[in-house]
Design a protein around this ligand. Structure first.
Ligand code: FUB
Length: 311
């Protein structure tokens, strides 16, 4: 009697859990995946790598001019909803700078807020990247970019987290990882940016992604000490830390790229790590492809290492 019942339960669980088919996007390069669950679908907001050439970007370097959004209900069949933001349609972005780097998106009060870094036209506050926002009523857009970037932010790789008490936080990187509270309007800071404490002292840390599970705040980030980024994490009791360096999620060299950049979601009761790999461009690591693999936690809350290709 018990054997068939448990077998049925197993079949039901197996049926509910989705399995990713990697790489996820097969008709274009995609990188820096920010995955979000909106309703019963996963929405994927990646960077869109294209090849630089004479007159388009910097040859041999990252080259991105726009963002697409994709969605799926099973992590296998993906719908491309098309371009949502283009560099030359954002008032504050320097035209033809081809620097629409890693974005993020979040839902709040009936709106979808899409955060993206780029090079500003106005360099009066110094050179380098800053971060802007585009807002939509639906996850697939249309997104309306704001005319100015977020004040007091300099850097790349925006990540947004909304805590259980409703407080929103913006994280970004500029060598170190910075964080600040956001106002309810989601487009202005309500606190002075701080460098997150007790992450590794040495080496570049970028691509922050914060999530909470069972009361533990996980700050996850690619970190490079030598040549290649390793995906690491630190845990803490508060969204702005302090954190404790805790472990490695993915080893360096696992993606064939010097970068790694990721997001972590729970979808239909299974946790997933989204990251990028050199699947379609083994000889040039700035033409990347997005993947997803299952992610598992130990009973003490630590994260098991992910080996690309294992699901
Ligand atoms: O995609 C351009 C940059 O490479 C991102 O902003 C970094 O996180 C790294 O993936």
């Amino acid at each position: 009697y018990f054997v068939p019942v448990s077998f049925c339960v197993l079949l039901i669980i197996a049926g509910i859990r989705s399995k990713a088919q990697n790489p996820l996007i097969r008709d274009q390069f995609s990188a820096d995946p920010s995955a979000r669950v909106f309703g019963n679908r996963v929405y994927l907001f990646p960077s869109h790598d294209i090849m630089a050439n004479e007159g388009r970007g910097r040859i041999g370097w990252f080259c991105m001019e726009d963002y697409h959004v994709f969605s799926s209900e099973n992590l296998t069949d993906w719908t491309d909803h098309g371009v949502i933001v283009e560099q030359n349609k954002v008032p504050w972005v320097k035209p033809d700078s081809y620097s629409m780097w890693a974005p993020d998106c979040i839902f709040r009060n009936g709106k979808y807020y899409f955060y993206f870094p780029s090079i500003p036209r106005d360099t009066s506050n110094g050179r380098g990247f800053t971060i802007g926002v585009a807002i939509a009523d639906k996850p697939e857009g249309p997104y309306l970019p704001l005319s100015e970037p977020v004040k007091n932010v300099r850097g790349i790789d925006p990540n947004v987290f909304i805590d259980k008490d409703g407080q929103a936080y913006l994280y970004w990187s500029q060598g170190n990882i910075y964080g600040a509270r956001l106002k309810d309007n989601m487009v202005e800071l309500s606190s002075t940016p701080v460098i997150l404490q007790h992450l590794p002292d040495k080496g570049l840390k970028e691509g922050p992604y914060l999530f909470e599970r069972k009361g533990i705040y996980y700050m996850t980030y690619p970190h490079v000490e030598n040549k290649t980024e390793r995906l690491e994490y630190a845990i803490g009791d508060n969204p702005l830390g302090p954190f404790r360096k805790t472990g490695v999620i993915m080893d360096e060299s696992a993606t064939g790229c010097w970068t790694n950049h990721h997001s972590i979601i729970c979808f239909k009761e299974q946790w997933y790590l989204f990251y990028h790999h050199n699947d379609y461009s083994p000889a040039f690591d700035k033409a990347r492809s997005v993947r997803a693999d299952s992610l598992f936690f130990n009973p003490d809350g630590t994260i098991q290492k992910v080996n690309p290709g294992f699901r």
